[in-house]
Design a protein around this ligand. Sequence first.
Ligand code: M6R
Length: 363
Amino acid sequence: EKQGFKHYMLKEIYEQPGVFRAGLASYISENDHLKLGLPKGFVERIERVEIIACGTSWHASLVGKYLLEQIAGVPTSVQYASEYRYSPPPSLSNTLVIGVTQSGETADTLAALELAKLRGDRCLGITNRVESSIGRIADAVIDTQAGIEIGVAATKTFIAQLLMFYILALEFGITKGSLSSERSQELIDGLRQLPAYMERILESQERYIEELSRQFTHTKDFIFLGRGINFPIALEGALKLKEISYIHAEGYPAGEMKHGPIALLDEDVPVVAIATPGSVYEKVLSNSQEAKARDAKLIGVAPLDDPAAHEVFDYILPIPVVDEIFSPILTVIPLQLLAYHVAAHRGLDVDQPRNLAKSVTVE
Ligand code: M6R
């Protein structure tokens, strides 16, 4: 049931703080012990991680790579499952291969994971459907516990996948001793603060984004920019917009703009930049400035009270300032709302976009 929401997608966007809170309660005990439930010794001897996925799950995996490398120091690669299955990387010992799939039925992801299993790699599945086919292939499965997602556009399952990667990175960091207990405590405390911030964004921004979206009803192209941990969120913002609104959208790492895509910009191509305080904040602001100089309309997912951001952006979708490492959990929400409202203004069937299926069970 849609419970008063016009579409399942909007309902599922609103379910995200609850999904995150419940996931935290399931996987981190009150006295801060991790409870992923992996078999004993599962991550101990692992030296590298390869992640395979498609679509939005692939974007979550890119954030996962950032977390596994930056939190736990584990070298991680991410490949599209449809590529991995025909050109797998050289087989190395002590590799954990993680297949990430909301549905657990994506044909390419299953085939790629099966291949990894045949090669003798340890295999982990991250899925929202533990009873699905991935459960039969993987040596262990982590249940994202987001509840059934009906909208074809993945939203709450994406947030739940991200949470699993935070917890997995903590698990690796603690087991391998690469994470100090102070930092691990800081990360756990930080995760617990996020649901309230997510709620605040939903409460304070939806009206504004609905209004703002109206002016993009006839827009033909969008560019999304991000860097570091928010580069995958730029990709995700672009994918959400294209799949439900049918507007052409591209996500780019902001620093790559000048190597080609900047030629696309003019007053008809809005640019959405994710600019959150942290290691690349000033860089993203200056990349955005370059876009502005080409007359592009600039929308910033940025802190509300920084004059530097106000100077660059025509519109700000404000997000609370948190440790950069948590920012994707917050920055993705305004982008989901933007995609949703643009598509809704265009009168499209948001929950059942053309040519797409909720799970892609054929190659
Ligand atoms: O079920 P999966 O997570 O394996 O699905 C992967 C993609 O098909 C999926 O994420 C697709 O890109 C979504 N429609 C995105 O919203």
